[in-house]
Design a protein around this ligand. Structure first.
Ligand code: NGO
Length: 532
């Protein structure tokens, strides 16, 4: 479709909206169901499993609308409060939340959903009287609310009051995810991001049904989480970042708990990562006894990788790791601790194996499952361990062998899913060591059939990592994540049968006015005919 056609269609829709609004004023009592919606069930990102539009039917959210939630369910109630928080600023409506089941206004129910929707899916029905979302668990209601959000006019994303009408197109959606793990990663080690900046990113990724946020909490350039038994990790190891930044660049445990809770209220589980045995200069600089020669190296604010290693032969190394994992596990309601394991270029292969053989049981001892960059599969971890593939090739014998043993692989191929790669050679932010990744490249691959001899049944899901060597604030993060994060999120959520670049790029185009209304920076790739 050319730009002209899409613009014409948009003008048509805007005109119809205007006429509907005018006639509503003229007759005074026109039913809100007569307003023409400017959104479509066919524009949702990620694409739902099944949509059935009901032409001619609409629902308009009005000043008196209520949000009703499943009687007796505190979880449903929380999703209802979240929905109200999302919809109040732009509408200016009160939207009181109460328990109830009448299909008027917005109703969130935990009964009556098709069993197919599982724990994370939902059914959404828009009738002239309201929107009913049905699910079998709160996560499904949450996903349904994200869909409803995209069915309201784009200005719903504005933080200040806008004029309506708030019209939703009629029809129904049946929806559930392809993979149980749809992740994003944020590297808060190379550049530190404040609690508010991380919350902002959480809100942005939640809109695309991402359910895990992996935080890369320690690297050569900084240690970002308070560890009470080893306090200098944060106070000294967390005092610098790449570039001129200096200060208390870490989260206290209280702050971190707040982040975990906030993420949980957005349907997101945090996976904390402490990278080891390499990428550990910040720890080695903080405690001389962790170094084989007993001498602490200086803090580091450059961008080289692969030069640091914990001391494999010293018992104190494992006391240190045990303490860190214990404190981290206590802060982590989710099942995983990520122990890194990438680019251990300063650790010999036998030492790497010795290290992992000692550390993997510590993860289990603290009641958690291990996740690691895919290099750690060489050490033959338990099948419950999750290798995160970040390679640049489509063949990896070690990962294929792990998949054959039963490990479930998380897919983050650097040439497709790395959000820190530049879009093209002229893009001012990001790196290019793996690839230049335009939005079509980020979208056009199949996680279930990407790696040789790793079938879809061995795939846990996808994650889009955002490394921050060149990224210093929220605006930088957003320009790298949007529009590619929604592309990766769609690969994680939508059935492969919906996979089609032309269709995706048209749906993606409708996200632009939402980002603009919500103040989200994005890269306006020329591959997409963005809706104005
Ligand atoms: C690599 C490296 C990171 C870099 C990143 C930059 C992995 C798993 N280790 O990915 O330290 O920050 O590339 O793209």
């Amino acid at each position: 479709m050319g730009i002209g056609t899409s613009t014409r269609r948009l003008h048509g829709a805007a005109l119809a909206l205007l006429l509907a609004a005018t006639s509503a004023v003229a007759v005074g009592a026109a039913s809100p169901a007569q307003a023409t919606p400017e959104t479509s069930l066919r524009h949702i990102v990620p694409a739902p499993v099944k949509v059935t539009p009901r032409p001619g039917v609409t629902y308009s959210l009005t000043a008196g609308a209520r949000i009703q939630t499943q009687p007796g369910s505190a979880d449903a109630r929380k999703v209802g409060e979240y929905a109200a928080e999302l919809l109040r600023p732009a509408t200016g409506y009160r939207l009181p939340v109460s328990s109830g089941v009448t299909p008027r206004g917005v109703t969130l129910l935990l009964v009556g959903a098709d069993p197919k929707v599982g724990q994370e899916g939902y059914q959404l029905d828009v009738t002239p009287w309201g929107v009913v979302i049905r699910a079998r668990a709160a996560a499904g209601l949450f996903a349904g609310v994200q869909t409803l959000r995209q069915l309201l006019p784009a200005k719903i994303e504005a933080k200040t009051r806008q004029s309506g009408p708030w019209t939703v197109p009629g029809g129904s959606v049946l929806d559930y995810p392809r993979f149980g793990h749809r992740g994003a990663m944020l590297d808060v080690a190379r550049h530190f991001f404040s609690v508010d900046e991380v919350k902002r990113y959480i809100d942005q990724i939640a809109a695309y049904k991402v359910n895990y946020l992996h935080l890369h909490l320690a690297d050569d350039q900084g240690w970002r989480i308070e560890i009470k038994s080893w306090p200098r990790l944060a106070t000294y190891g967390g005092s610098v970042e790449i570039g001129p930044g200096e200060g208390a660049l870490y989260y206290t445990q209280e702050q971190y708990k707040g982040l975990v809770k906030y993420a949980g209220s957005r349907g997101i589980t945090i996976i904390p990562e402490i990278d080891m045995p390499g990428h550990t200069n910040a720890a080695l600089a903080s405690y001389p006894e962790l170094n084989c020669d007993g001498v602490a190296p200086p803090l580091y604010d450059g961008t080289e990788v692969g030069f640091s290693s914990l001391c494999i032969d010293k018992p104190i190394t494992y006391k240190f790791v045990d303490d860190v994992l214990r404190e981290l596990a206590a802060l982590t309601p989710g099942p995983f601790l990520h122990i890194g394991g990438d680019e251990a270029h300063s650790t010999s292969e036998p030492d790497f194996k010795t290290f992992m053989d000692k550390v993997l049981p510590l993860v289990a001892k603290h009641g958690k499952l291990a996740m690691g960059w895919h290099e750690f599969v060489k050490t033959n971890p338990a099948t419950s361990a999750v290798p995160q593939f970040w390679g640049t090739e489509t063949v990896d014998a070690d990962v294929a062998a792990a998949a054959a043993r039963g490990n479930k692989i998380l897919m983050s191929p650097a040439v497709k899913a790395y959000l820190d790669m530049k879009y093209d050679e002229n893009f001012p932010l990001g790196q290019d060591w793996a690839a230049l990744i335009e939005v079509k490249d980020a979208y056009d691959w199949n996680p279930g059939a990407y790696l040789k001899d790793v079938p879809e049944s061995a795939i846990r899901g996808v994650e889009a990592p955002l490394w921050t060597e060149t990224l210093a604030d929220s605006s930088d993060l957003e320009q790298m994540a949007f529009p590619r994060l929604p592309a990766i999120a769609e690969l994680g959520w939508s059935p492969q049968s919906t996979h089609n670049w032309d269709d995706f790029s048209k749906r993606l185009a409708y996200q632009a006015p939402r980002w603009k209304a919500g103040g989200v920076k994005f890269y306006p790739s020329t591959q997409v005919n963005w809706v104005k």
